[in-house]
Design a protein around this ligand. Sequence first.
Ligand SMILES: *Cc1c(COP(=O)(O)O)cnc(C)c1O
Length: 239
Amino acid sequence: MTTIDHNLQTVQARVRQACADAGRAQGSVALLAVSKTFGADAVRAAALAGQRCFGENYIQEAVDKMAQVAAMQLPGPLEWHCIGPVQSNKTRLVAEHFDWVHTVDRLKTAQRLSDQRPAHLPPLQVCIQVNVDGGATKAGVSPEDAVALARAVAALPRLCLRGVMSIPDALPAGPAQDAVMGRVRAVFDAVRALEGEGLGAVDTLSLGMTADLEAAVRAGSTLVRVGSGIFGERHYPAA
Ligand SMILES: *Cc1c(COP(=O)(O)O)cnc(C)c1O
């Protein structure tokens, strides 16, 4: 068994335990393996261990990795999720190569993604990124503006609104952390109410990482994004 295989099993067990502790159904929380800064071989090891969904932050790195992974002819289709910031000059690469994008926080980006989504691909699956704790400089739409953005995104022809994503600042486990997670959950509930207007299939709360996945599952996360817990410590190239 590889280290990645072993780590994956450990993280899966954490997710199962978190579901049990929260009284939630097993299988109600999906695992996104965040492979940023790790190479195609790491993706290969995780895929051979059964992992299907991968998250990437840096668009060009991701597109290069996807090509290498495709050449490996691994079993089963993999699903690629963009979880990093999407600058205007990168929307075309995202629209052409990813299955999901979690980080839409302005309508202009969403419009470009919809315009640039190739006709032969299914609609791009989209989460609205919400900023519940960071002030104006942090990525993400404010909770007050999230529903209006979600409604506008749901109306775009080549996007499918799926839910809400957030990256709360790291906090120790405890009431303050639960409160922040709860604020994200409240935005998700408000966006999910759009289903009543016939907009989208809003079923995804993308919340929780290696350090805080238990609190995220308690708050109702349906998808945790785990990087270091699976692949190990990241080493960023010197700038
Ligand atoms: C890097 C990253 C993760 C994974 O973080 P870990 O702490 O390594 O699990 C999750 N979500 C986003 C948006 C990230 O950028």
